[in-house]
Design a protein around this ligand. Structure first.
Ligand code: HEC
Length: 538
């Protein structure tokens, strides 16, 4: 091939941008690290890129359909000076002006950085982020007594709730523990209510502390393409998002009996209704994982059981828990079928009774494991190794545990950080168990071969990793409910790259598609009814 032709061919994809332009403001001139999002007319796919050191942004070719796109930006402290549209294939320079409402733009993590008081005093706010933004309490004018009443009301909601899908619990686990536990909760709530009434917008209608913001992306963090796929209904809560080998993207819905499939090439979604097991209990599912035959398994949470879906026949087989294990507060959030072929068994976790079950897939027969005597710390996630031994996270304390599939022996190892609350995680091929230390605010790794831990702290304060997954390059990826940033950790150098997402994004299950180069990160926007793909460009 002629040299010049080869040069042209290799250059072509880099040079042909679908849309590009310059971002600037009167205050800063050309602006780096501004997220520019293009939303095609009538479509459900939004594509985002980040401006470089010169304030230049560019969408790679082939990412936007022909026609008009609406443009929006994310740069804390700024808004677009006016509405912006462009033609895919063209250019559009964007001018930014200081925002009139900075408080509306702050992430939960920025609020926690801004709020006065000791870290220990405001840390409880991480518990509010499960169902809504911190703007909810902080924009209010409640006094202490009103806040106490509001927070009491919040304790009545199932975790599988949001502003659009409030679901009432049928059993209060704390009430179940007796009057002493209830009184302790009342006292904690009163203390928190007094704190909140001292820092909210309040009757004075002003903030009593300066609002702090985190820096915009720079360097490698600005070298990324982010694609968001809006789902059909605003009530969809894509808690767990996974990609199957055929490239299809599947999602569970946290507060509805829905399993969905997204075709990332077209943005088209197909959904199936999961049979209801307990009509009076909160709806929805949490964990979504595939077995080696391509069946999809769902942890049915308050519905107390698990579901298996065969994508070929499009049929569900439901496995309700047997009556003796099926209580009002039963909450089978996790199911782990990844290596079930070894012995025909799946592992199930019950956050309501702090138990781990092992179920025979054919007979539905269940063995019960209780790693701790009652009152037990809460147990959360499960991950199996190729022999179908199960590792689990002890969320209510700070340990990693293991149940041996053959001997049934249970072992636990405490994390170096005390009370770190390991939340969710995954085993990589090298036998490293990666997990999010939710209260410890660290990324944790337990090497199952050497039984040694390692921990890393994300650069963004108040990050509170929810879930961590390793990729084939030895990097780990984490998401959070607090910071709208996806963390990419190089475990050899300890270097973090933080990808800011275009919108408020309450992230749960982290997923890496390791077959792609570079690897691609997927996550659900649990309160934004969308699925997010993060593609680093380096
Ligand atoms: C399990 C889900 C859940 C959690 C956790 C949660 N909330 Fe809420 N919150 C809701 C729902 C649902 C609504 C809307 C319905 C309502 O107001 O009852 C709401 C609304 C609110 C409102 C606005 C309504 C009002 O009366 O002012 C405030 C304030 C609030 N929450 C404060 C908090 C605080 C503070 C926390 C953490 C201590 C918290 N919430 C944790 C589910 C939750």
């Amino acid at each position: 091939m002629k040299k010049w032709l080869l040069a042209l061919l290799t250059l072509a994809p880099v040079q042909a941008y679908a849309l590009s332009g310059q971002v600037s403001s009167a205050k800063e001139g050309p602006m780096e690290g501004v997220l520019v999002s293009a939303h095609p007319d009538g479509g459900n796919i939004t594509v985002t890129v980040v401006s470089d050191t010169k304030g230049h942004y560019a969408f790679p070719a082939g990412r936007l359909p022909a026609g008009k796109v609406a443009l929006s930006i994310r740069a804390v402290g700024y808004d677009l000076a006016g509405p912006a549209t462009a033609d895919a294939g063209g250019t559009a320079d964007l001018s930014l002006k200081p925002t009139a409402d900075l408080a509306a733009q702050l992430t939960n993590a920025e609020w926690m950085e801004s709020l006065p008081g000791e870290p220990g005093q405001k840390k409880f706010l991480q518990n509010c982020a499960g169902c809504h933004l911190l703007q909810k309490p902080l924009f209010s004018e409640h006094n202490t007594a009103e806040f106490s009443a509001v927070q009491q009301r919040m304790t009545g909601y199932a975790a599988a709730s949001s502003i659009l899908t409030p679901q009432l619990l049928v059993a209060d686990r704390v009430a179940n523990q007796g009057e002493f536990a209830l009184e302790q909760r009342r006292q904690t709530i009163d203390k928190q209510a007094a704190y909140l009434a001292g820092v909210n917008f309040g009757e004075a209608k002003t903030w009593r502390f300066p609002l702090k913001t985190f820096h915009r992306p720079t360097g490698r963090a600005a070298h990324v393409v982010i694609t968001e796929y809006d789902l059909k209904e605003p009530t969809r809560m894509p808690h767990d998002v996974i990609v199957t080998p055929d490239g299809m993207v599947w999602y569970s819905s946290f507060a509805e009996q829905i399993l969905g499939r997204l075709d990332p090439a077209t943005g088209k979604t197909t959904e199936w209704t999961i049979p209801t097991l307990k009509p009076n209990s909160p709806k929805g599912s949490l964990a979504l994982r595939a077995d080696q035959d391509g069946n999809l398994w769902l942890g049915m949470a308050y519905q107390a059981g698990v579901a298996r879906f065969d994508p070929k026949t499009e049929k569900f087989r439901m496995y309700p828990l047997p009556p003796e294990l099926n209580k009002d507060f039963t909450q089978t959030t996790e199911v782990e079928p990844t290596h079930s072929k070894v012995d025909g068994k799946v592992w199930i976790e019950d956050s309501g009774t702090y138990s781990i079950y092992r179920m025979d897939i054919e007979t539905g027969k269940i063995e019960v494991f209780q790693p701790f005597p009652i009152p037990s710390p809460n147990i959360y996630d499960l991950a199996t190794d190729p022999e179908n031994n199960v590792y689990f996270t002890v969320f209510g304390r700070g340990d990693i545990g293991r149940i041996d599939a053959k001997t049934k022996a249970i072992r636990t190892w405490p994390t170096p950080t005390k009370e770190s609350s390991p939340r969710r995680g995954a085993l990589d091929e090298a036998g490293r168990f990666w997990f999010g230390e939710f209260r410890g605010n660290k990324i944790g790794m337990f090497d199952t071969k050497t039984e040694a831990f390692k921990e890393w702290t994300p650069p963004t304060p108040w990050y509170f990793p929810y879930d961590v997954v390793g990729d084939r390059n030895g990097n780990a990826w984490a998401g959070s409910m607090n910071a709208d940033r996806v963390e990419r950790l190089d475990s050899k150098t300890g270097e973090f790259v933080e990808y800011l997402l275009p919108r408020f994004t309450n992230m749960r299950r982290s997923f890496v598609d390791d077959r792609k180069t570079p690897v691609t990160f997927w996550v659900g926007s649990n309160h934004g009814a969308s699925i997010v793909k993060v593609e680093p460009m380096d």
